[in-house]
Design a protein around this ligand. Structure first.
Ligand SMILES: *Cc1c(COP(=O)(O)O)cnc(C)c1O
Length: 377
């Protein structure tokens, strides 16, 4: 046992630190796995890293990478995609404000938007196809933003973004988009003010980390930052490192997964037991998207087994929520993504007992199709 006075306790808490020579730098940035930073006397404190909930170099590198890929000035990363959504809305809105959103949204986002009324923020939920009601739903002086997705989760509806933009410009509203499905390399130059991403999905791409981001102009990000510091859903530096690592192969993965998805879509469209296939390759989608992406939804003929039973017939493809990982997964949409919706909305949105959403992975496409083939027999 070490004894008092031999200095071991001090040594253990001030361990030796290797100092790298000039230009002898690691090829990969280190993980700044620290809660706090020692302050230097040589710079104003406000120019320094202080505390990881406020800022951290590993998080900052990821924020700047994401912003560059999405074509925006700045960004903030969070401990989940939902944290990015809730912090953004709470950072921009206050009691008395009103928001517009579509029912075609990721379920927890839709539920949060509805629930904002508890903070005195009202909302109007519209149908994505019903652009005509947008104008009539604006409450002058109160409506502050329009929140949307494209392609939508889970049935891949496409919003006409230039149309939404001119509506927002005319009414002085912010246009906020959850761009998780299309990914940060898409939807540049269409006038979206803030992009939200669940980094859990395509950006990380390996299904092992939960994280999110909001990306936009320096001015708007500055407005959201105090809420990020106050509510404190900070991303862990180690998780940020894993995302930065996964992000390196993002474009390759996205391309390959899109190719696989296209082949699966062609197979499903030709199959007589499939009633409908949803995939964003129509005219409007092609105008806005360079890549249609790796998400495919479809509805089985009602004479076939239920969506849930179909999932359990698959052997390689597993029933799981989430998306954008390297492996193909599937989920019945009515059970997992429609719980909060009225029956009529579910029917209109094609969320039935027989509808499914697939996140197509990186496997050999012939093995993916073979699994569907045996399950459809
Ligand atoms: C998964 C998802 C989210 C939420 O992201 P988490 O990282 O799970 O919190 C938000 N929007 C869309 C479209 C998603 O698919």
């Amino acid at each position: 046992m070490a004894t008092e006075g031999d200095g071991l306790s001090t040594l253990l808490n001030h361990p030796p630190r290797s100092v790298l020579g000039k230009n002898n730098s690691p090829t990969i940035s280190p993980i700044y796995q620290t809660a706090k930073f020692a302050m230097s006397a040589e710079m104003p404190y406000s120019d320094q890293f202080l505390y990881t909930r406020v800022s951290n170099p590993t998080l900052r590198d990821l924020e700047l990478t994401l912003a560059k890929v999405q074509g925006t000035e700045d960004g903030i990363v969070f401990s989940s995609g939902m944290a990015a959504i809730s912090h953004t809305l709470m950072g921009l809105l206050q009691a008395g404000d009103h928001v517009l959103y579509f029912r075609e949204l990721y379920k927890p986002a839709r539920m949060f938007l509805k629930d904002l009324k508890r903070y005195g923020i009202s909302g109007t939920m519209l149908k994505l196809s019903d652009e005509a009601s947008l104008e009539a739903s604006v409450i002058p002086g109160k409506t502050k933003l329009l929140y949307f997705e494209s392609p939508t989760n889970p049935n891949l509806g496409i919003a006409d973004i230039p149309k939404l933009k001119s509506f927002c410009q005319k009414n002085n509203l912010l246009l906020v988009m959850d761009n998780t499905f299309a990914g940060p390399h898409q939807h540049h130059g269409l006038g979206v003010d803030l992009f939200i991403h669940s980094l859990t999905k395509f950006v990380n791409g390996h299904g092992d980390v939960i994280a999110g981001a909001v990306l936009g102009s320096t001015e708007l990000i500055k407005k959201i930052k105090p809420m990020a510091v106050a509510l404190g859903a900070t991303l862990d530096p180690h998780a940020a490192f894993l995302i930065q690592r996964g992000f390196r192969t993002y474009l390759l993965r996205y391309q390959k997964q899109t190719e696989n998805a296209r082949d699966l879509v062609a197979y499903l469209r030709a199959h007589k037991k499939i009633k409908t296939v949803y995939y964003p390759d129509g005219e409007l989608a092609k105008k806005q998207l360079a890549d249609s992406g790796a998400m495919v939804s479809f509805e089985l003929h009602p004479t076939h087994v239920s969506a849930k039973d179909f999932c359990h017939r698959l052997t390689m493809v597993q029933l799981a929520v989430s998306l954008g990982s390297a492996e193909t997964i599937i989920a019945p949409t009515e059970i997992f993504f429609a719980e909060d919706l009225e029956k009529q909305d579910r029917e209109e949105m094609g969320l039935t007992r027989h509808s499914l959403r697939v996140s197509v992975g990186l496997e050999d496409i012939k093995d993916i199709i073979a699994d569907f083939e045996q399950a459809l027999k």
